[in-house]
Design a protein around this ligand. Structure first.
Ligand code: DGY
Length: 324
């Protein structure tokens, strides 16, 4: 008998078609009523889950008695209770690598947009405000040759740093748990403590995973350490930044601006950030290009298929749960 897969988000018709070659596939759909109810009804039958954006731990999965694998269509896995999944022998997989470059592109788009006020001046132009040559009120700040601080020099951080160094002749600083000697040679990058990095960088780009250690890594004290002309970019996870502290810093011009793709609560609703011209707010689109989402979906599908066939998936987050 075929195993059952519950495909709860980020699934395309061609994925479902392929999954159906090996599995029974359940895809909750609004036309069949409440999505959460469909998800809960299907859970006890599911051997595999595939999707993203849904917190999954004991509360949600207690009734999922047959579950063997959760295949996340994302690189971040802060939504999942890894210890709980592992204690039940449920494999967890993610999709690293395939989204590195598009997420770095978005990071750089936020650097550029914040520095040159792209979104703000687009709205200003469309509102009919352009009556004469612009003056200092519309000026931005340069990116070329400035100092870029990467907080969390993993694959995505390195890809942002490469754009800064090779495309914009920026000085690269980074902070994190380990020294990156190859990147130091490649990009002339220099390691700093977080405090030093915040004091020196013109652009601070957050690329750390969310964990107990990184929750509110950037709060009042850290924002005060930044240069008054500096810009904070967050392409990691919203709770890495204390959003209330950031709003205060943006209101008081403690820093120049912020480019944000992620928020403490998503989707972002009725936020003071909407009223702040020095905040660029995007709807968590780091990996949201057609090509990248397709690549992520197929990689997640390969992980799911391997796990349900008893093989070790390529991107196993909790190897301790794999019995081989
Ligand atoms: C990820 O993959 O973690 C990105 O944030 C997109 O969800």
């Amino acid at each position: 008998m075929k195993k059952t897969v519950l495909a709860f988000s980020r699934v395309t018709p061609d994925m479902v078609e392929r999954l159906e070659q090996d599995f029974e596939v359940i895809v909750p759909h609004p036309k069949h009523g409440d999505i959460a109810a469909q998800f809960n009804d299907a859970l006890p039958h599911a051997h595999g889950l595939i999707g993203a954006g849904r917190p999954l731990g004991e509360k949600q999965l207690a009734g999922a008695g047959k579950l063997e694998v959760v295949s996340s269509v994302s690189v971040g896995y802060d939504n999942y209770d890894v210890a709980y999944l592992s204690s039940r022998g449920i494999l967890l997989t993610n999709t690293p690598d395939v989204l590195t470059e598009s997420t770095a592109d978005l990071g750089f788009a936020l650097i550029m947009s914040s520095a040159r006020r792209v979104a703000e001046l687009d709205a200003w132009t469309k509102a009919g405000n352009w009556k004469a040559s612009v003056g200092a009120e519309q000026f931005g700040t340069d990116v070329f040759g400035k100092t870029l601080g990467i907080v969390g020099m993993g694959n995505i951080g390195a890809a942002v740093a490469r754009r800064g160094r090779l495309g914009f002749n920026m000085n690269i600083l980074y902070s994190g748990n380990s020294r990156k000697t190859a990147l130091e040679q490649e990009l002339g990058a220099q390691m700093r403590s977080l405090e030093q990095l915040l004091a020196e960088a013109d652009f601070v780009c957050l690329v750390v995973p969310l964990s107990d250690k990184t929750r509110h890594l950037i709060s009042h004290a850290q924002l005060k350490m930044m240069k008054p002309g500096a810009i904070l970019v967050n392409i990691s996870r919203g709770p890495v930044v204390d959003e209330a502290a950031l709003i205060e810093a943006l209101r008081n011009n403690t820093i120049r601006g912020a480019g944000l793709d992620v928020y403490e609560k998503e989707p972002l609703a009725e936020s003071p950030l909407w009223q702040l011209p020095n905040a660029v707010t995007l709807p968590h689109i780091g990996s949201a290009t057609s090509e990248t989402r397709q690549a992520m979906a197929w990689r997640a599908m390969d992980n799911l298929t391997a796990a349900l066939k008893g093989q070790r998936p390529q991107d196993l987050v909790n190897p301790q749960a794999f019995k081989g």
